[in-house]
Write a protein that binds this ligand. Structure first.
Ligand SMILES: C[S@@+](CC[C@H](N)C(=O)[O-])C[C@H]1O[C@@H](n2cnc3c(N)ncnc32)[C@H](O)[C@@H]1O
Length: 337
């Protein structure tokens, strides 16, 4: 998708929608939680099946305009909350018994293409990158965060090997005057990359990813969201997650690996013993990927990975081991400006 397209011309593609529907089987009716409502693609598709109800969540207040239409069309079957999905337990009744809880992570095409929000490299508006319900903006991070922290955030949340060099360059610029726009930030980052015009992807991609993740505390949100969703799911309920980059997928993969029946057995000759530390039954270890046809139509889907599991009957306990695995990310995102 061209990140500079005007908002009204943005075509909205719900990523891997057919695969999601074939996993969650809405034709049998039931209640679904759509944790990342966005343009409402998943919610709308589920509501087409008569016996269904959808509880939808999105932190972005601009998604309300899509939600209002669905509230009018399905007043008794659709409810929307502008909230962060880590707070799902505060919104949803404990006895809701959802058939599936679905996460389609990251940004919507509407957010990406809205110049005012500053997610695109070309944006000439004030640096922002907020998804909604934030404590600070990209402007605060780029201009006020301590240089060492900035370098680590770029290095670890962006997986950018030049994190330190980029942070030094940003620091040099901001000491003269504040960095105002995404376009300005992108040209500062690109100036440390040799032959940047020959790069396939914009050389600022990884740094922008890091700053966006930090501004929105996206990894903390994902870790807490998976835990809270697991707490809410009844026996047989499905947890379905579509992720778009390696940090997100690592978190989802490890959660299922630690807490599913696919947890490695010490030896293949050992019987598979019942393990009370699992929450999910999984059919496959590998993620599902979009079909070629979808990738051709919507290039953004090319990096999507879908993982899902079915909740077993074991009681919920707080999965502290899982959180401990990602303690560094949690600490990074907890840094205050
Ligand atoms: C990729 S879009 C979802 C698109 C949606 N599946 C559709 O078909 O239209 C992701 C959405 O999730 C929202 N989001 C991301 N992180 C969130 C969080 N922690 N809590 C609530 N919403 C979140 C974003 O604001 C964005 O609107």
């Amino acid at each position: 998708m061209n990140a500079t397209m005007p908002l009204e011309k943005t075509k909205h593609y719900p990523v891997m929608l057919n695969q999601v529907l074939s996993i969650i089987s809405p034709q049998r009716g039931g209640t679904y939680i759509d944790c990342t409502f966005g343009g409402g693609g998943y919610s709308k598709a589920i509501l087409k099946f008569p016996g269904t109800k959808v509880v939808a969540i999105d932190r972005d207040k601009l998604t309300k305009k899509h939600a209002i239409n669905l509230e009018k069309e399905f007043p008794s079957r659709f409810t929307f909350f502008q909230e962060k999905f880590s707070n799902i337990d505060k919104i949803v009744k404990k006895n809701l018994n959802p058939k599936a809880i679905i996460f389609d992570l990251g940004l919507s095409s509407f957010q990406l293409s809205d110049q005012k929000r500053g997610f695109s490299f070309e944006s000439k508006n004030l640096l922002n990158m907020e998804m909604g319900i934030n404590e600070y903006t990209a402007y605060d991070v780029v201009n006020n965060l301590d240089k060492e922290y900035l370098a680590n955030i770029i290095k670890f949340l962006g997986e950018e090997k030049d994190g330190k060099i980029i942070a030094n360059k940003i620091d040099k610029h901001r000491s003269q005057k504040p960095i105002q726009t995404s376009k300005e930030l992108s040209s500062i980052i690109n100036s440390v990359k040799k032959n940047y015009k020959t790069y396939k992807k914009n050389p600022s991609t990884k740094t922008f990813q890091a700053i966006r993740i930090f501004v929105n505390q996206e990894l903390t949100q994902l870790i807490e969201g998976l835990i809270e969703a697991t707490k809410l799911l009844p026996h047989g309920g499905l947890l379905v997650v579509v992720s778009f980059h390696s940090l997100e997928d690592r978190i989802v993969k490890n959660f299922f690996k630690l807490h599913s029946n696919l947890k490695r057995n010490p030896s293949r000759y050992f019987p598979i013993t019942e393990n009370k530390s699992t929450f999910f039954n999984l059919n496959l270890n590998k993620p599902k990927r979009p079909e070629e046809k979808e990738i051709k139509e919507n290039i953004r889907s090319r990096s999507a990975k879908l993982r899902y599991g079915e909740r077993n009957n074991n009681s919920f306990f707080y999965p502290i081991d899982f959180k401990d695995q990602f303690i560094n990310y949690l600490k990074f995102e907890d840094i205050r400006i």
